[in-house]
Design a protein around this ligand. Structure first.
Ligand code: PRP
Ligand code: ZN
Length: 289
């Protein structure tokens, strides 16, 4: 699909890698990664994939070394808070690697406010910004790894770190007490594209959107009494104008719908209670609206 070479930077290994790779592959970009190789050439599109540390992605895209990048909002926001040269812009939320940046303290700590406290974090830029905004004077200590241990070795009163499942906090007897920001993986782009590049990038974004929308969507098929069709259609989550097909048995219809929201067991049980039968919920691979 591409006439102009597009370079996309993604994380080499770590929590973003699998989902980033998956998104590119599902978007029809074929490539293979091997070992320590920094560059993967797509075999079927004019796209190069740069495999780098996620911390390097905002600057590579800001400098135009990569046209696009996939990175956590937390990484982009932290770098933008401390470095004016980070000009890459977020252009699409990708829906994976969802987490939050929060303050946490030991379960036994009596700490109530951040005022005059020592805070250990890998996100000093964002924490300092938060403190200024809230008119708080505190000591921010930059730590690159194992932030969660710092309250126990006397380095800090509390921490500010990413929380995803909460397992790390729990394992270290820490409790979240203040939320700073939500984060997820986003597609970022350099600021200037020339016309041909822009068309290719827009096509690519449309494919990414197609994959993301499909991930949340389900195709639902069920049978129901004609008389309950209206009620059942209203119960289908995020369905836009379902298809209603007559069945051989005159009083019955089949209802097919693309649901843009998750279809939980509870929803299926409600559908059944309202007269639906043979309810099938199927995955959707791609959507082009
Ligand atoms: C983040 C964060 C915590 C952990 C939280 O680290 O710093 O250690 O994830 O996740 P949980 O709530 O699911 O336990 P990450 O795995 O990104 O690695 P890093 O800190 O070594 O960069
Ligand atoms: Zn960590």
């Amino acid at each position: 699909m591409n006439s102009q070479k597009i370079t996309i930077a993604i994380q080499k290994k770590g929590r973003l890698f699998d989902n980033s790779k998956d998104l590119l592959l599902k978007s029809g970009i074929k490539f293979t990664t091997s070992g320590e190789k920094l560059l993967a050439r797509s075999s079927n599109t004019n796209i190069d994939i740069l495999l780098v540390r996620d911390d390097d992605i905002p600057s590579l895209v800001s400098k135009g070394v990569a046209d696009l990048g996939i990175v956590g909002q937390n990484v982009l926001a932290e770098q933008a808070a401390t470095n004016k040269q980070i000009v890459a812009k977020e252009i699409l939320s990708l829906g994976f690697s969802k987490c939050r940046l929060s303050f946490a303290k030991p379960l036994t700590s009596k700490l109530r406010s951040l005022k005059n406290k020592s805070i250990a974090t890998s996100y000093p830029g964002l924490v300092k910004k938060y403190l200024v905004k809230n008119n708080l004077k505190s000591n921010v200590i930059k730590i690159n790894g194992s932030v969660e241990l710092t309250p126990y070795i006397g380095i800090a009163d509390c921490i500010c770190d990413l929380i995803s499942s909460g397992a790390t906090l729990e394992a270290n007897n820490l409790i979240e007490f203040k939320h700073l920001m939500d984060s997820q993986a986003v597609l970022i782009a350099k600021t200037k594209f020339h016309d041909i590049e822009r068309i290719d990038v827009l096509n690519l974004i449309r494919r990414f959107e197609g994959v993301i929308n499909a991930a949340e969507s389900k195709y639902v098929m069920l049978n129901a009494d004609l008389s309950s069709a209206d009620k059942i259609c209203k119960l289908l989550p995020g369905a836009d104008s379902p298809t209603i097909i007559p069945l051989q048995e005159k009083s019955k219809v089949a209802i097919h719908a693309l649901c843009s929201e998750p279809v939980f067991w509870e929803t299926m049980e409600k559908l059944k209670k309202n007269g639906a039968s043979s309810i099938l919920v199927m995955p959707v691979e791609k959507i082009l609206n």
